[in-house]
Structures are given as C-alpha cells and as structure tokens.
Design a protein around this ligand. Structure first.
Ligand code: HEM
Length: 376
C-alpha cells in the first residue's frame, strides 16, 4: 500500500508502484482465459466497448469488472470534467499535434519495461497506424463532452483498454521473449502503476506543455482541470488513487522523478520512434517528411529528443513558427466571444475527428486480439 505521508515521487513509493499491477482486471482476465480459453476472452474484448446489457450468466469475475467500471468514481466533479472536455474540444487541433508529437513519443524514452512491451507485442511496429489511431480515438472518446457519462463511448473504451492491458500483462509474464527467457524481475510488473501514472501525465501535463511550445498558454485553473480529467480517466483505467498527484505542482515533481528514474535511450525506443515518424509521414507529401522529426524534436526538448535519436535540423523552423503564430491567433479568437468559442469547439472536434480518420486510413487493420504468445 502507498503511504499517505510519503510523496508519490519518492523512490520508495515509486518502487512500490512499479511492483503493483491491476488485480481487478488481471483476475478477470485470468478467469476468462481459464474458464473459456483465449477465444472466449477475445470474444469478450470484441464486444466490451459496445455492449451495455450483459446476460445473467456472465461469469462472476467479468461481472465484477463490468460493475466496477460502469461509471465514474463516486464524488467525481462532473462540472469540472465538462469544463476540461470543453477546453479540449476548443483546442482540438493543437491538442492533436501535441499528443502526436510530444505525449506519445515521449513515452518511448522509458528505457526499460514499457517500450519493450510495446515493441514486443508487435502491434505498434507491424500495425502502427491502427494502434496509434486507436489511441487517438480513445482520447477523443474520453475527452469529448458526454464521453464519460454512464454508457458513454469514452467510458466503454477505457473499460476495454484496461482489460487489454491485463491481457498484455498476462502474456508478457508467460512469454519467453525476454533477455533471460522470462520477464525480468527488476522491470517490476508489466504495465505497472508507475508506468500507468507516467502515461497519464504524458497525456495531461506533457500535452499542456506541448501546447505551450505551440504558442497556446492555458491558465492555471484550466491546466488543473485537464489534469483532473485525466486523473479521472486514469482511475477508471485502474490507476490506484494513492498514485495520483494532488495538483499540477505535484504532477511536475512526479514527472521529474520518472524522467530521472526511467528515461534514456533504448533499441525498442528507437524502433518505436521510427515507426511513429513513418506513421505520421504516411499521408504527407514527400517534400514535407522532414517536418515530422523536426516538429517532434522541437516539442520534446533536446534531452528527450536525443534519447529517441532525434535531432532538430532547423530546416523547418519557419513552418513551426508559422504554426505557432496561427495557433496564437486562434487562442485569442477562442477567448474573444461566445460565438467564436462555439465555432472553435465545433471546428476543433471536426478537425480532431478528421485527423484520426485520416491517419487510420481506409483499411485500419485487424482489431487487437490477445496473442497466443508475444512476438519474438
Ligand atoms: C493512461 C495510461 C494509458 C492509456 C490511456 C493507454 C491507452 C491505450 C489504448 C487506447 C490502447 C488500445 C490500442 C489498440 O486498440 O490497439 C492500448 C493498448 C495497449 N497499451 Fe496502453 N495505455 C496506457 C498505458 C499503457 C502503459 C503504461 C503501457 C506499457 C507500459 C501500455 C501498453 C499497451 C499495450 C502493449 C497495448 C496493446 C497492444 C498494442 O496494440 O500494441 N499502455 N493502450
């Protein structure tokens, strides 16, 4: 258990979180596989984000999981969630750029555990477009107004992803893929609480930092609301409440500790970065391909960019500056009147939706299925 007196960012607490997974989802997954084999577990995953009426004979561990993830935790401040979702929609395009060019790639700098699991599932590297566009879809579903209401698409998607994580955990631990033929103990649990908190902060704190780099400065309370939204998503996704930062200041301290403890260069990180760049370049004209790594390096900052093998050539600085200027004008527009704000929300939503569909492509590939074994 995490102690109330020790800060989350202390090594003592983070070491404990590294060894903690998600018993509710893990027990459910183990029971599904034991009771009904992998095909049954895959069948559940295939319908868990669309089905709301489960039959009376639903296995008890699955029913317990469905009940626990059916709605937001009691006491959630719904007005605050709605306000954060509104801001997300208003700056849809800017958040999209920040998430794709800072939040997602910064996670590849985690040099042990996380990147290896992502690379080993093979999904990210073999089916990168589908995997990345599904992550964007997850964010859009959760951040769109109403997405976290009972039965809302965001809530249903979070419930599915939490079970997918449990499936990956199960197979990571039973695979022989790893350096010594088994999951290394010093990596902690696969997809552990420390990594989950780090990912939650990448989508909130780091996304807001990316926005600032793009010329969009959000006010202090608006930043706190974004963190609150993501903490709420994180709770439904299985992050333990004790691991949550109280506010942005605490979030910064945790992020700094995670960078110190876990960040560095790795082969898996480089592989994932290259796949990510290729994914973003696929629908751009050849002449603009250089923009992608430059924009990523600008948003990531020198040290994290170096871990990923990225160097800012400076050739695209003019376009990045132009983007910032356009985004600044839009920020002023968003703050100017209710009509302009309403326009920005509709426009931001449509752009993000378009971005997700555009990158998913006409043939986004097979949906996630629990593998028989992790790819070697
Ligand atoms: C706030 C935390 C997180 C969020 C919101 C999140 C989101 C997602 C989403 C949306 C998917 C589904 C993608 C698909 O349909 O293929 C997914 C799958 C996956 N996630 Fe996470 N994730 C989080 C944390 C993590 C962490 C910490 C790790 C690893 C250390 C991880 C590893 C994976 C893997 C291996 C898969 C499935 C296989 C794949 O498609 O490659 N996730 N996650």
């Amino acid at each position: 258990m995490v102690s109330a007196t020790t800060p989350v960012w202390s090594d003592e607490t983070l070491d404990r979180l590294k060894k903690t997974a998600d018993p509710l989802a893990d027990d459910c997954m183990v029971a599904l596989i034991a009771d009904g084999d992998i095909a049954e577990a895959n069948a559940v995953l295939a319908r868990i984000d669309t089905e709301t009426d489960w039959p009376d004979d639903t296995p008890a561990p699955l029913q317990a999981y469905l009940d626990a993830t059916a709605q937001l935790p009691p006491g959630t401040d719904l007005a605050r969630i709605a306000s954060a979702q509104h801001v997300f929609s208003t700056f849809g395009l800017q958040f999209g750029v920040s998430l794709l060019c800072r939040s997602l790639p910064v996670l590849y700098a985690g040099k042990i555990g996380g990147s290896q699991v992502l690379a080993a599932t093979g999904k990210l590297t073999d089916h990168f477009a589908r995997r990345a566009s599904e992550t964007l879809r997850f964010i859009l579903n959760a951040a769109e107004p109403g997405g976290l209401a009972p039965g809302g698409q965001g809530l249903l998607t979070i419930r599915k992803v939490r079970l997918m994580h449990a499936a990956v955990r199960h197979y990571a631990k039973s695979s022989t893929h790893w350096p010594d033929g088994c999951w290394p103990q010093d990596w902690g649990e696969p997809i552990n609480q420390e990594e989950l908190v780090g990912t939650m902060l990448a989508f909130s704190l780091e996304a807001v930092e990316g926005l600032r780099e793009l010329g969009v400065e959000l006010g202090a309370s608006v930043q706190e609301d974004q963190l609150y939204l993501w903490k709420t998503i994180g709770l439904v996704l299985g992050i333990v409440p004790e691991a949550m930062p109280a506010d942005i200041t605490a979030a910064r301290q945790i992020w700094a500790a995670l960078e110190r403890r876990n960040f560095g260069a790795s082969d898996a990180g480089h592989l994932l970065t290259q796949s990510h760049i290729a994914f973003l370049q696929q629908n751009l004209p050849d002449i603009a391909h250089g923009l992608v790594p430059d924009l990523m390096a600008t948003l990531l900052g020198r040290r994290n960019a170096q871990y990923l093998g990225l160097r800012n050539t400076g050739w695209w600085a003019w376009l990045v500056d132009t983007l910032k200027m356009i985004f600044r004008i839009k920020t002023r527009l968003a703050g100017s009147s209710h009509t302009a704000q309403g326009f920005m929300v509709v426009y931001g939503d449509a752009l993000m939706d378009g971005l997700q569909r555009y990158w998913a492509g006409p043939n986004p590939g097979r949906p996630f299925r629990i593998p028989d074994r992790l790819k070697t």
